[in-house]
Design a protein. Sequence first.
Length: 261
Amino acid sequence: MTSDTPANFGAPPPYVSQEQVLIQLEQRILSGALKVGDRLPSERTLCAEYKVSRPVIREALRGLQERGYIEIYPGRGSFVRGVVASDLARPLTRLAQRTGVTPRHLVTARTMLECQAAGMAAQYGSDEQIEEIRAALERHQAARTLQQLARTDLAFHEAVARASGNPVIVVMFGAIRPLVYGLMLRSLSDSEVLRAADPWHVTIYERIARRDAEAARSGMSEHLRLALDLYGEDLDVPLEDVLAGRGIDVARLEEELTGGR
């Protein structure tokens, strides 16, 4: 070997770990180089690009999927997914199970979040967003089964959150979405709660539609606080136990809402 031969001549490429591949792909998504809906390069292409084995690439892709960046479709490839408001829901549901979150805890948190959302929807919601609230209300009024009532009830409250114009409120509501759905199943299966609380949806919509922010906040507060008056002993029992007593598995609420995806 001559003195002017590069010292690394014939040396193997530097080792790239699965975590390094994951981080670099993550940066390509965050930077916008890979956009929502884009298909990632094939496993073979990524293996050649990063000079790693296929198992390393597969682990990196699995990591991206777990972090919510991509969806993997066997036979089709991996695609960049958009941000979903409920992305925080699964870990929060597990946390609720471990910490014994009660209906009282959830109602208190919802009151803080959703009263403000209703007021902001009245102030800042576009005509199109308020129309979405009205459409969600009509679907709820047409629902007949318990699951339909709970899903459409949830959709109504989600529409109010979106109309607030604040993406943080939307994300925060999305994070408690399965727990709220569980609470709605509890409420709507109780004829006394259903009779007292359900008519408030119309009142809330009407107050938002006429752009009365304070009245909208007050209406949402009255709607939510009924649980405090009517839940009885269930109010301070862990939500998981309350739902289990009605044959509902809190761990499966998100799966039920997403159709098992």
